[in-house]
Design a protein around this ligand. Structure first.
Ligand SMILES: [Zn+2]
Length: 332
């Protein structure tokens, strides 16, 4: 089972448990109720089968280096979580090490609860830019209810008063739940304050968000997760401010190479995509090197200016000049 199959199997497993007690159904990304070390799919058997794929990615990434000794492409990880579970297992120096060895120089970070984001924001590292987003979740259970809970606005107002946040999310919302009064007030709040929305949503919910407020600036987590490239193309045409983030899009590649449909889409919209690790459970932190190697593998299939844009400058452009450590740590 290689990386793509492993994550698809992981997603299917979570979907299957969507209605079980303690799990929340939301496009396959449920509440994590057990330690992934004990319950997750990465048992020894899987690890053995992943290894050849990892080396395949590593070799592709190495081949992507422009010349011997040239520094690797800097990465802007535009979908990183530092949840309580991760903070317990990966202290800040360990996180900084992981990012540094992958040449990740900027992160869009969110967490449940928001303390994790503030912790990373406060971490001093001269070679890392931290872009904090506030999450409308006090705990994992809020994932399924935030859009109908008036307390969401109270939480967001209190966090935003700290001053450094650049967006709201990642939040999960599907179908007409995005038309709820609370969800639409969150959209309006973000738009009024010039904040981005990092939305893990389906096409219907995206329509509800942008139909309600066409000025909303949405980073579409996972680019719709399972939305085929042809329909994604229609969405990018229809909503000029929409940006697509590409974690979990293992349909982009076959044996580590871009499919024709995805290559065509990336070349048509080279300035509309960003990449991210989506470290929503600790398994993703464990596999961080592998995830970034997968990106480097297919980025090498693209012209250099396009790969640089997707790896770094598209995200950098969204947030203006990189936030300096001093500016980023001012408020929370
Ligand atoms: Zn996520």
């Amino acid at each position: 089972m290689h990386l793509r199959e492993l994550d698809l199997a992981n997603t299917a497993r979570y979907r299957a448990g969507g209605s079980a007690p303690g799990r929340l159904e939301s496009e396959g990304l449920p509440v994590q109720t057990q330690s992934p070390r004990r319950s997750g799919p990465l048992n020894g058997h899987d690890v053995k089968r992943i290894r050849p794929w990892f080396w395949c990615c590593a070799v592709a990434a190495w081949a992507a280096l422009p010349a011997f000794g040239a520094p690797p492409l800097p990465i802007f990880d535009a979908h990183l979580h530092y949840n309580a579970e991760a903070a317990a297992a990966y202290p800040v120096p360990a996180v900084l090490d992981i990012l540094r060895r992958n040449s990740v120089r900027a992160i869009l970070v969110t967490s449940t609860p928001n303390e994790g984001t503030r912790t990373l924001l406060a971490a001093t590292s001269p070679d890392l830019t931290v872009i904090p987003f506030v999450r409308p979740y006090r705990n994992d259970a809020d994932r399924a209810t935030w859009f109908r809970d008036p307390e969401t606005l109270t939480l967001l107002e209190a966090e935003l008063a700290r001053g450094a946040y650049r967006g709201i999310g990642e939040f999960h919302v599907f179908g007409d739940d995005a038309a709820s009064e609370v969800a639409q007030r969150v959209v309006d709040l973000a738009t009024a304050r010039g904040l981005y929305l990092h939305a893990h949503c389906d096409e219907r919910a995206l329509e509800r968000i942008l139909g309600h407020n066409s000025a909303a600036r949405v980073i579409w987590a996972h680019s719709g997760f399972s939305v085929p490239p042809e329909r994604l193309e229609r969405a990018l045409e229809r909503y000029p401010a929409l940006r697509g983030e590409l974690s979990y899009r293992y349909d982009m590649t076959t044996s580590g190479r871009l499919t024709t449909a995805w290559r065509r889409l990336l070349l048509r919209f080279p300035d509309r995509f960003v990449i991210g690790s989506d470290t929503w459970v600790n398994q993703r932190w464990e596999r961080y090197d592998e995830i970034i190697a997968w990106y480097r593998g297919w980025l090498a299939d693209l012209p250099e200016d396009v790969s640089k844009a997707i790896a770094w400058s598209n995200a950098e452009t969204l947030f203006g000049a990189p936030t300096t450590r001093g500016a980023a740590t001012r408020s929370p």
